[in-house]
Design a protein around this ligand. Structure first.
Ligand SMILES: O=P(O)(O)OC[C@H]1O[C@](O)(CO)[C@@H](O)[C@@H]1O
Length: 488
């Protein structure tokens, strides 16, 4: 991976997200060319642009400084930046640097998400960042066109140049869309979408919100783990050990799921991000050579912050199925509170659970213990905990831009280690294609049925029946789509 070999063989690409956070003087080559200078050219451009934006020297169509950003993108062009943004939102340094600004995300093509993302925003003071590796993703492009309409109907079509910028590998399509190429931020085909948060995909919107110097710390944190992963012997190498544990749990013990349980509300978007990193990477049925696997690869990831999860699905984890758990704690809270007279601080209260849960899973509670506690006999089977349920605990010293970068890179490399052990290609995602192409067929049918009354044809009985019901409901289509958007 670090040598730039084309280990993503089905797309004939190298896999070099580590280059995105490499120090300026590092040499990492793809196809014989050192890519680090290109990376820094874009980072410098982001630094300069975000400075202009944040200082108010970049103004919108009506001469006002821009304070709010809507990042439009989906999947890898959304989940990583959302995770990092959520983790920084309560960090004191990041709070200070984001004063008076808002960063929002628009991912789903559901018009409800459009409404949510712009409600209360004024186009005069809003910058839209369209983030798409390919610049062809149907959801992102429709959302981008919708927000372009929102801007141009309020401020005139010429305002788009000042209120819309883009992040993509496809700069030709960016220009075709009407975004000034000077305001496009590039990345490269050797960055997988789900591994792209350290490219302009994450760095641009996060720098607009928090300033480049905060985001640079995030890159440095990720880079520190890259270095650790590259050079540390296996028995002390965090991503290697974690990857081995995952493969052991999935392939040897037969536990296919994994719960990601941060005892830190700021990490609430970590599990959704890792869901994509892990499941899109390792959810494969054939080896890298295309041979059907004689075992199941991939983990089923889900998670919620503790203690919320404890009051939701932990029952199953303690007494139902065996789900290996990742407990993630932070030694010092971003927002400490201690109420006089309370036995412990609020953070200690949270962390009491962080320490208790892995113990309960590992050691359980035996019928003998219950008997000695005088539990009635008929309740003993119900109150018994089998124990012997695996978990790992990660304790971060604190949560800031640097450690968020470290956490991200630990999981990215862990997923890669698992994929290497399973002998699969963790860097392609052909499994997302079939649904996309079927949606194209449905889109054509909906258009033909709504505009010409064409009957539904070419779909199976169940789909055709539900589509008929859907069309009967006749949702309103305005010729002026902007009238359907909420007003600022
Ligand atoms: O950045 P793009 O090209 O819009 O793609 C968005 C996402 O769509 C996928 O290709 C498939 O869901 C992801 O891998 C990717 O992160």
């Amino acid at each position: 991976m670090f040598n730039g070999e084309h280990i993503n063989s089905t797309e004939d690409r190298s896999v070099l997200h580590v280059a995105l956070r490499a120090p300026r003087d590092k040499v990492i080559s793809s196809d014989g060319k050192n890519v680090v200078p290109e990376v820094w050219k874009v980072l410098d451009k982001i630094n300069e642009f975000s400075e202009r934006f944040r200082s108010g020297s970049w103004v919108g169509e009506t001469g006002k400084a821009l304070t709010d950003v809507v990042a439009v993108g989906i999947g890898g062009s959304f989940l990583g930046p959302l995770f990092v943004h959520t983790a920084l939102q309560t960090d004191p340094e990041a709070i200070a640097s984001a004063k008076g600004r808002q960063l929002r995300f628009l991912a789903n093509v559901d018009p409800i998400d459009v409404a949510r993302s712009i409600t209360g925003l004024n186009p005069e003071t809003t910058l839209v960042v369209v983030v798409s590796k390919t610049f062809t993703t149907a959801e992102t492009m429709l959302n981008a066109r919708t927000l372009r309409e929102w801007i141009s109907s309020a401020l005139g079509p010429q305002a788009v140049a000042k209120h819309m910028v883009a992040v993509s590998t496809n700069l030709t399509l960016v220009e075709k869309f009407g975004i000034d190429p000077k305001n496009a931020f590039a990345f490269w085909d050797w960055v997988g979408g789900r591994y792209s948060v350290c490219s302009a995909v994450g760095v641009l919107p996060l720098s607009l919100q928090y300033g480049f110097s905060v985001v640079e710390k995030f890159l440095k944190g990720a880079s520190s783990i890259d270095e650790h992963f590259y050079s540390t012997q296996f028995d002390k190498n965090l991503p290697v050990l974690l990857g081995l544990l995952s493969v052991w749990n999935v392939s040897f013990l037969g536990y296919p799921a994994r719960a990601i349980l941060p005892y830190c509300q700021a990490l609430e978007k970590f599990a959704p991000h890792i869901q994509q990193v892990s499941m899109e990477s390792n959810g494969k049925g054939v080896s890298i050579d295309g041979v059907p696997l004689p075992f199941e690869a991939g983990e089923i990831d889900f998670g919620e912050p503790g203690t919320n999860g404890q009051h939701s699905f932990y029952q199953l984890i303690h007494q139902g199925r065996i789900i290996p758990c990742d407990f993630i704690g932070v030694a010092k809270s971003q927002q400490p509170v201690y109420l006089k007279g309370e036995m412990v601080s609020n953070h200690d209260e949270l962390m009491s659970n962080f320490f208790a849960q892995p113990d309960a899973l590992a050691y359980g509670k035996t019928p003998e213990q219950l008997l000695s506690e005088k539990v009635p006999k008929h309740l003993i089977p119900h109150k018994t905990f089998s124990g012997n349920r695996p978990s790992i605990s990660l304790l971060l010293p604190h949560l800031n831009a640097y450690t968020v970068g470290q956490l991200l890179a630990i999981y990215e490399h862990r997923v890669a280690v698992e994929g290497f052990l399973w002998g699969i290609n963790s860097f392609d995602q052909w499994g997302v294609e079939l649904g996309k192409s079927l949606a194209t067929q449905v889109r054509k049918q909906l258009n033909a049925s709504r505009t010409k009354g064409d009957p539904i044809e070419g779909f199976n009985y169940s789909t055709a029946t539900v589509m008929t019901k859907y069309l009967e409901a006749k949702s309103p289509i305005s010729s002026d789509p902007v009238t359907l958007l909420p007003k600022a």
